[in-house]
Design a protein around this ligand. Sequence first.
Ligand code: 5GP
Length: 179
Amino acid sequence: MNLREIFTPDEIAKRIQGLGREVSIFYGREKVLGVCVLKGAFVFFADLVRCLDIDMEMDFVRLSSYGDGTASSGEVSVECDLVSDVRDKNVLVVEDIVDTGLSLYYFSRMLRSRGARSVRICALIDKHERRTLPVNVDFCGFRVQKGYLVGYGLDMAQKYRNLPGIYTIDPYEIEAADV
Ligand code: 5GP
């Protein structure tokens, strides 16, 4: 595969320190439930929480809107639910990429219907131009317009999550891998 690095490990680390400050200032002394959206956000979540100076608990959820390919199926399901009760909690959803917004539109509504006091989104990457549903990213690492990204937790067909930087893959190679 032809990978092109777009964010180096150093750039990512610096941006996450900045995000950590933004999030810490925003919540101040309020208690927060940080929710890591598996699997893609696991590396980002681990780095982010160590930059947060807030009173927080953590939980994990697994949503599914993509199969092993690179196009959304248009449906969202909760494959592995939270253990915590979110009622009256300030929930910070930590996601790898917000793309069309489908996954987090659905999940934010679910959190509110379960009685969360507030729901905010922290995403490593916001593909804002591709949004089809109204999802606002409150804390954004990087904005990217196009391309399929891998590395730093992001996969293609479960590969490349262990790469320390973030890379784009040549679109012709994605088409070939989809067949
Ligand atoms: P959405 O529901 O916002 O359309 O899609 C969000 C999910 O799609 C992300 O959590 C991520 O799993 C996946 N996704 C979107 N764009 C990319 C990408 O460029 N690379 C990877 N690896 N996953 C992506």
